[in-house]
Ligand binder design. Structure first.
Ligand code: ZN
Length: 679
């Protein structure tokens, strides 16, 4: 997974009312520091302790901090843009944006329709009578809703997930990747682990399933819920772990359609693919070659009645966000409160803005950049990317351990990197999508189908290297290994990450380290497996690869030693790619910062040298506080280490020691041979 993950929104639906003025003035937040903490003992607390003491997590948020503040500002701006867009001419994209939001805010209309819009789906599920119609029903749920390499979205509630992306062996064409799925809770551990927290969550989950069925008018909901959860437990037992899913060498299995039918018996695959709109597709990449046959076998071994219960519940769950209030409240009670500890549901307008922005991502993005992303900032960011690419090339040249042959390949890859800043080169056409101001459910379904058809229509067409996987209004960034490309959305390029009025030291420490992070993903433990064209290919000499793996191991051990709770620690292997990107990214940002001074001494600001400002800007960018439940979920399911440890990346950079005069004995001190210098 290659994204930056600044704001922890995936699990927590971010956004919240703020009661205090955000410290996003574009300058270092000296008031937010805690100078009673020695920087060498806890750099995160030194940089952020004051702010954290005075800013409890708002009751409607799972996490809070710099990224969340930037997200919040962007959300307010987007809300205004969406409301203004409703006055656009009929048939225009702006009108669709305004009408979608209006349909979300039409609570009375949604309540009046009740569950009626879902009735045809539930009736069709009730009519499933044999293995063939069950396979068809399962195929009709397939969506292109997972992404193994880019956004790291490994999970889907549908029994299988589809990813349409460049083939790993031949990046000039698209392939159809099939992944395991079928769980509503975050991962297999939630169904299988015996810790008190997981046992309690399972009890609450079963009650939640029963409540959803009851709200939808399904008979005998308690007994059905027990059967559904038991089936999901069997699905969980079949599932591969996150570590296995992250391993591209385990996932890259090309099977013909006939091989799949032969190796994964129990499902009528012809019926499945026909219902999924993929009747003609003859080859698939089976990412979970052990789990997928087991899931297919469950289709035959489990009673048809249980599958009908399961499909009915999943059909309700899938659209719960666009059903009447009783459903959305129950959704929040389980996913917000039980799973993540959030106390209060976000205001409806915020949920409406986020859903509009997710559904009509590029049309909303166009509005955003027109108002908030001037050409001058795009040019400034592009220059910073070029400065860091140049700094990275110098670092490659200076690697004492790497052979010239491997260096040449690494530099070719760097040269071929396609960098996108702000927004994509060209925009998607939404003219085929019908949006009505009084039909949220219909809008949701039409948009869902529109998106799926768009994805699967790419099979057999040339690869578009200009395509983005994030919208311009996303506060995040991403590396696309098989495209050898980077996306830096416009919304991350704003204060305090990036600000023309703040010293270059801070821009480089915050936005510069983000840019360095994404460049470095091209050379992390996964990125290093892809060549300049995006082909999965070993371009390393054996000695160089051995050295790279050994220095990665230092980093894995370093992170596995971080334990936010006595019973759980960071998984240094699960988070290795992100930690390599953080470490190399910070080093390259620092080099580029130093180069930007052209030999001059940086001005002292607030009593701090330029180097001190750089590292402080970096650590304040990672300012984040998380609820315990959220942190525990993250440790289990996320490829990113918690933000407080990401801020401690500084301990691998020699210049941090001199900037803050860190000596042996300080808690974060590492002797030079234990600092991870990977790139
Ligand atoms: Zn990343």
């Amino acid at each position: 997974m290659k994204r930056l993950s600044l704001v922890l929104l995936a699990a927590c639906h971010g956004g919240a009312a703020t009661t205090s003025a955000p410290q996003t003035t574009g300058k270092l937040d000296t008031a937010g520091m805690d100078r009673s903490v020695a920087p060498g003992d806890d750099f995160f607390a030194f940089a952020n302790g004051g702010w954290i003491k005075t800013h409890p997590i708002p009751p409607d948020k799972a996490a809070y901090g710099t990224g969340a503040e930037v997200f919040e500002r962007t959300q307010k701006r987007t809300a205004e843009l969406i409301k203004t867009a409703s006055a656009s001419p009929a048939g225009s994209e702006g009108k669709k944006v305004g009408d979608f939001y209006a349909s979300y805010m039409d609570e009375a209309g949604i309540a009046a329709k009740g569950i009626t819009p879902l009735k045809p789906t539930l009736d069709a599920i009730a009519a499933i009578k044999d293995a063939s119609s069950l396979s068809r029903a399962l195929g009709s749920t397939l969506r292109a809703d997972v992404d193994v390499l880019n956004t790291g979205n490994f999970t889907t509630q549908n029994l299988f997930g589809l990813w349409i992306a460049q083939d790993l062996d031949d990046p000039s064409r698209y392939s159809a990747f099939l992944l395991q799925g079928g769980l509503v809770m975050p991962s297999r551990d939630y169904y299988l682990e015996d810790s008190p927290r997981m046992v309690e969550l399972r009890t609450k989950f079963q009650a939640h399933v029963a409540t959803m069925l009851k709200l939808a008018g399904i008979a005998a909901p308690d007994a059905a819920a027990a059967r559904i959860v038991a089936l999901e437990k069997k699905i969980a037992e079949a599932h591969a772990t996150i570590l296995d899913t992250e391993d591209i060498h385990k996932g890259n299995n090309h099977w013909t359609r006939a091989e799949l039918a032969q190796r994964a018996q129990g499902l009528d695959w012809d019926a499945f693919w026909a219902a999924a709109g993929l009747a003609k597709q003859q080859e698939f990449v089976i990412w979970h070659p052990i789990a997928i046959p087991k899931l297919a076998a469950l289709v035959r071994s489990e009673p048809l009645a249980t599958w009908r219960d399961y499909l009915a519940y999943h059909a309700i769950e899938r659209v719960a966000g666009v059903l009447p209030k009783a459903f959305t409240d129950e959704e929040f009670a389980f996913f917000g409160t039980a799973l993540n500890g959030v106390e209060v549901q976000r205001d409806r307008w915020k949920r409406g803005v986020d859903l509009t922005s997710a559904t009509l991502g590029e049309p909303v993005g166009k509005l955003y950049i027109a108002k908030y992303f001037p050409a001058s900032e795009k040019a400034r960011a592009e220059a910073m990317v070029q400065a860091e690419l140049a700094a990275f090339a110098v670092r490659i040249d200076n690697l004492a351990w790497m052979t010239p042959a491997t260096k040449a390949k690494a530099k070719a890859k760097l040269t071929a990197l396609k960098v996108g800043v702000g927004y994509p080169d060209h925009w998607r056409d939404y003219s085929g999508l019908e949006i009505k101001a009084d039909d949220l459910f219909g809008n949701f379904e039409r948009a869902d189908t529109f998106e799926y058809q768009f994805r699967i229509a790419r099979l057999g067409t040339p690869v578009d290297r200009g395509e983005w996987v994030m919208t311009p209004q996303t506060v995040n960034a991403v590396n696309l290994p098989a495209m050898n490309a980077l996306n830096f959305p416009a919304a991350i390029m704003q204060p305090p990450f990036f600000d023309p009025t703040q010293p270059a030291s801070i821009d480089y420490g915050s936005m510069g380290s983000v840019i360095g992070h994404e460049i470095s993903h091209s050379f992390d433990n996964t990125g290093a497996d892809f060549d300049a064209t995006g082909r999965m290919l070993n371009w390393w000499t054996p000695e160089d690869l051995a050295h790279f793996k050994a220095s990665s191991e230092i980093l894995a051990k370093q992170y596995s030693a971080y334990a936010p709770f006595p019973d759980v620690h960071v998984d240094g292997e699960q988070t290795l790619g992100e930690n390599i990107a953080d470490t190399a990214g910070l080093a390259v940002a620092f080099d580029a910062y130093r180069a930007s001074l052209h030999g001059a001494t940086a001005p002292v600001v607030d009593g701090m040298t330029g180097d001190q400002q750089f590292f402080l800007g970096f650590a304040q960018g990672w300012r984040t506080e998380e609820r315990e439940q959220v942190l525990r979920n993250q440790l289990k399911n996320d490829g990113h280490a918690p933000a407080m440890y990401r801020a401690d990346t500084v301990r691998n950079v020699d210049a941090w020691y001199s900037a803050y005069d860190i000596k042996p004995g300080a808690k974060l001190y590492l002797p030079p041979n234990e600092r991870a210098h990977i790139w």
